[in-house]
Design a protein around this ligand. Sequence first.
Ligand code: ZN
Length: 456
Amino acid sequence: MDTPGVKPDGAREGRRLHDFAARLYPICRSITGDGVRQTLALIKARIPLVVREVPTGTRAFDWEIPDEWNVEDAAVIDADGRRVVDFQRHNLHLVSYSEPIAKTLSLRELSSRLHVLPEHPDWIPYRTSYYQRDWGFCMSARARAALREGKYRVEIKTSLAPGALTYGELAIPGRTREEVLLFTHVCHPSLANDNTSGMAVATALAEWIAKEPRRFTYRFVFAPGTIGSLTWLKLNETRLSRVRHGLVLGLLGDPAPLCYKRSRRETAEIDAVAAHVLEPAGRVIPFSPYGYDERQLCSPGFDLPVGRLTRAVNGGYPEYHSSADDLTLITPGALQGSLEACENIVQTLEGNGHYVNLNPKGEPRLGKRGLYGTLGGGDPAEREHARLWVLNQSDGAHSLLDISRRSGLAFPAIRAAAHELEQARLLRPARARAPTASVNRRTARAKRAGKIRRKS
Ligand code: ZN
């Protein structure tokens, strides 16, 4: 059966998204290291990403960039010299951030270091130990059960040393310096839905946005989860008042319907726009301080108007954080449907706005301005209704999206009517509405601290 928001798998754009996810999939990523650099290099081959390196030890609020981690090889080797757990066969076999080690252990001594998923005996779990020095291996419960008593050689050739955290950023300038922030994480190894799907969709979205002039400046950040978003926030703290709207992107390739998680504000414009675009089949869920980088972007000290777009939610599908989250879980049709939802959100944000009727006492005579009757394309009755709705509701308080929802008329029809009425001098844009109180307070504080210069 067809799922709304999922396109047929044969479509070209969907194949292209899936092919790119497949190129990203094999790379062993973590929160630092060469896997992130290789990933960003692949993305940079398509969009002009600026890659930033922030040194180990740099503080980001209550956190600190850890030593950089890189892997050369890792295996558990039995008495016959067979690599019974082998990083070369699947990078999930090694607990991320495992410290280097070379020693021989009995199976009993080794057991507490071997992680399995008993409820899914053929899947390898995904485990990390970023902030506590540790080591371990992940394997299928079936392979674990097949290990015989005896001695095992453990060899983990990794390095943990001062280096950098790497992230990528792309700003696509628009007519205004007001920004739409698009955030996706790049820290998971071979997991397809979480997070190659987000990287593939974000890359394609950036290409699409760059194709024509836009009203907003679009800022894409490809960063490791948590420490990456905190580092970005720390380095950009004085410019955050420019962020008008934002989305965290991830888990966009599985077959579940699209799901939008509201911003902490719950009533930001992005919340209304995303909910509108996802209708009727998508889900909208309330904000919670759990999940992806909205945890940081929507922490109370920032409270950015940023929601999250996914299909399944984190932890909400059985394959989550296991080897079964592979390239067969994500489909070209789901990826394409996700990209199209992002494009619709962008188009609605670009076209939305508040207007003021310049002739509010009674209906203006549309006929003498050439705005009555059957001129132009589309359904004449709908065009006329759209003009009357826009004129009636444009008191500066209702956005075009509000008018579309109240009238039941499609947003593009309302947008087109506003454009025609503006051309006919019956409508003008309302003065930009004041940013919310928390942004005002933040801006005032930054100004007092001399952090914001006049022009910014
Ligand atoms: Zn994850």
